[in-house]
Design a protein around this ligand. Structure first.
Ligand SMILES: [Zn+2]
Ligand SMILES: [Zn+2]
Length: 73
């Protein structure tokens, strides 16, 4: 796994204990120890399925809100 955020490219932080995270892309909630310094979490399914698509969408978007770009694709 890459050690930077898929959404904002910020560094990831690794927590000592699991926390309930909401995926920034599909909004699924699950326990994880990993999120970025800005609080984004991306679940494994989205990581695997959409890496390239997400990056392309975010690069093409003039908005910082990649969630909207994703939902309107
Ligand atoms: Zn982020
Ligand atoms: Zn997800």
């Amino acid at each position: 796994m890459k050690n930077e955020c898929l959404i904002c490219m910020a560094p990831l932080v690794y927590l000592d204990t699991d926390e309930m995270m909401e995926c920034a892309i599909c909004h699924k909630k699950e326990n994880s120890k990993t999120r970025c310094v800005n609080g984004h979490y991306v679940c494994n399914a989205c990581h695997m399925a959409g890496l390239d698509a997400i990056i392309a969408l975010c690069l093409a978007s003039t908005s910082n809100d990649c969630k909207i770009a994703w939902e309107n694709r």
